[in-house]
Design a protein around this ligand. Structure first.
Ligand code: PGA
Length: 253
């Protein structure tokens, strides 16, 4: 899957699109066909997280390894959990990745750290790589408590790390998501370094990639992707526009 052991760098950057609750059947078909026909997007390092109802049709258009879920149930397997989608089902579709812990799920859907770790464990059990999202609020940043905050979010992963072999961590400061405000390269590099040091101490067997997310566009992608320890980007709004997303993917070359 192109993720190398801590401190070793990816040969090619991982570009992950997060469509959130957007799209339509016709958009899925037309966008994915465009991505298929362009070598910039038709490669293993471009991953598309689509709304659940579209994953199945998407898997008939693009390589399944390029697709990811935006969420999954805390319950695994099958059973009486109306509305839930399990890791078993994602595995059935051959999903390579799933997002866990996006700040919108933590804050709007009230998902706790304990619940998120159950989701991570379910993914581990099915050999699906978690894209674990972390990031501090503006208040935490302004109070200079961001390393402590991130350390706490990461600490919930620790009990699961023994069973984990592949992990993607997406650092997405909440104050940057959808706002057009981006941290400086130095702020991103400091946080990446912090995450790597934390993980190195407790999980140096894990193959890990670290992404930056928050207001990534074709204008800033090259600079962000050239920042120390940034293995890729998680792209929200800009991933909904085909040309813009293709330009972001080109920036990784
Ligand atoms: P944005 O969203 O690129 O629109 O800021 C990123 C995200 O929420 O993953």
């Amino acid at each position: 899957m192109g993720v190398l052991i801590l401190k070793e760098r990816l040969m090619s950057k991982l570009i992950v699109a997060n469509w959130k609750m957007n799209g339509s059947l016709s958009k899925v078909k037309s966008d994915l066909e465009s991505y298929n026909s362009n070598p910039v997007t038709n490669n293993a390092n471009v991953v598309l997280t689509l709304p659940m109802p579209y994953l199945s049709i998407a898997s008939s258009i693009v390589d399944k390894q390029k697709l990811a879920a935006q969420d999954l149930s805390r319950f695994d397997g099958y059973g009486a959990y109306t509305g839930e989608v399990s890791a078993s089902m994602l595995k059935d579709l051959n999903m390579a990745y799933a997002l866990v812990g996006h700040s919108e799920r933590r804050n709007i859907l009230d998902e706790s750290d304990d619940l998120l770790i159950k989701k991570v464990e379910n993914l581990i059990n099915h050999q699906i790589t978690p894209i674990f999202c972390i990031g501090e609020s503006l208040k935490v940043r302004q109070e200079n408590e961001y390393f402590k905050f991130i350390s706490n979010q990461l600490s919930f992963l620790v009990p699961a790390l023994d069973k984990l072999s592949n992990l993607v961590i997406a650092y997405e400061p909440i104050w940057s998501i959808g706002t057009g405000v981006i941290p400086t390269n130095q702020q991103i590099a400091q946080m990446m370094d912090y995450i790597h040091s934390f993980m190195q101490k407790c999980a140096n067997h894990v193959k890990m990639a670290t992404l930056y997310g928050g207001s990534v566009t074709s204008d800033n992608a090259k600079s962000i992707l050239s920042t120390s320890l940034v293995d890729g980007v998680l792209v929200g709004g800009a991933s909904l526009k085909v040309n813009e997303f293709m330009a972001i993917c080109s920036s990784s070359k």
